[in-house]
Design a protein around this ligand. Structure first.
Ligand SMILES: [Zn+2]
Length: 361
């Protein structure tokens, strides 16, 4: 009986400890912010294939994506526009950046002189061929309707293929994530809706350049194609596209959350010894940064502590000093020149000397 009680007390104390540690090193909260960007609007109609309005179809699909996600408490939805108004490409990206969004999804419809049809999803990059360049050029030409566009977009010229190169550098660190999201969306179109697969491609879209998060641009289909245009202009077609995109976003979020669940369990190994551990402190400051690798030069396994108004950010977690030194090197190589190894015991910061004393026992 006494042993059982002892065991129970130990279990309770471990649970309390885990709870406290979770408060101290809270993993990123679970709310996932999606910015849904309906292409064009106001004086910019987008393409007018078969007499349809790209701006209206894009808006309906965008609002539909939000409708599908809004009841899911894991998501926060922000729109760049909710009605027929003109929004600069730069401002669309700014809305997403200000919201510190996790994903930016821009929704469009394509057009072509041929009978081309099908859905495709783009991430920012160098266009592999003339066709992809033309799609980006069309979507980018909106900036000619904006004032001061040469200043705003650093002299970018949508008509010049060379000009695209300067676009892609910024988004590069989000490329893997963007492709992942694009693949989920594309898979959803093809598997669930049997849309013709125009695959995931790269091209130089300005609206994707200025966002600081994984970002995709969807060409839902061709308004110039009789059948597809009619489908996209219909309530049924729009609802199906919306749901399909929303479901893909849910899958994408899940794929990311799964990783962080694994990460958090790494911090607390089942025995008591792990009460003492090392982390690499990589940054500190008064600003809260989401624990996303794109906020930390590509590093993952992140955690933070908060004292007063000051946040400290950490990389990795180990009770092995040799391993900690390897992680330190990795952090420095990533660009955190002032990174240091710090030690913790029972969730409290301790000196390295204390760490070695405790660990030698
Ligand atoms: Zn468009």
């Amino acid at each position: 009986m006494y042993t059982n009680l002892n065991l129970l007390l130990r279990k309770i104390s471990t649970l309390i400890l885990l709870f406290c540690c979770n408060l101290l090193f809270s993993q990123d909260n679970n709310v996932f912010t999606v910015v849904i960007d309906a292409g064009h609007g106001g004086k910019d109609s987008g393409n007018r294939g078969n007499g349809y309005f790209e701006k209206n179809i894009a808006l309906n699909i965008a609002l539909g994506v939000g409708d599908r996600l809004v009841d899911n408490k894991n998501f926060k939805i922000i729109y760049t526009r909710m009605n027929d108004k003109f929004v600069d490409l730069f401002d669309r990206a700014k809305i997403a950046n200000d919201a510190n969004a996790d994903l930016f999804v821009s929704i469009h419809c394509d057009s072509h002189t041929s009978n081309a049809y099908g859905a495709g999803t783009f991430v920012l990059g160098l266009h592999a061929n003339e066709r992809n360049f033309q799609i980006a050029k069309k979507e980018n030409s909106v900036i000619f309707l904006e004032e001061d566009y040469t200043q705003k977009y650093d002299g970018f010229d949508p008509n010049n293929p060379e000009s695209i190169i300067s676009l892609v550098l910024m988004q590069e660190e989000y490329l893997d994530q963007s492709i992942k999201a694009a693949n989920f969306i594309q898979e959803s179109f093809v598997k669930n809706l049997k849309r013709k697969n125009r695959t995931v491609k790269q091209a130089g879209f300005i609206v994707l350049k200025y966002t600081y998060m994984p970002s995709v641009l969807i060409e839902t289909g061709f308004l110039t194609n009789k059948i597809e245009g009619k489908y996209l202009n219909s309530k049924k077609g729009q609802k199906e596209m919306s749901n399909s995109i929303a479901d893909a976003i849910i899958k994408y979020k899940k794929s990311i959350s799964n990783t962080s669940v694994e990460l958090s369990s790494n911090y607390f190994v089942e025995n008591d010894v792990i009460n003492t551990f090392l982390k690499i402190q990589i940054a500190s400051g008064s600003k809260f940064l989401a624990l996303k690798s794109y906020n930390f030069k590509g590093l993952s396994q992140l955690s933070y502590s908060k004292r007063g108004k000051n946040y400290k950010y950490y990389f990795e977690n180990t009770n092995n000093y040799k391993k900690a030194k390897e992680y330190l090197l990795k952090a420095k190589r990533a660009g955190f020149k002032d990174a240091i190894i710090v030690a913790f015991n029972n969730g409290k910061r301790i000196s390295m000397d204390d760490f070695f004393t405790i660990n030698s026992n």
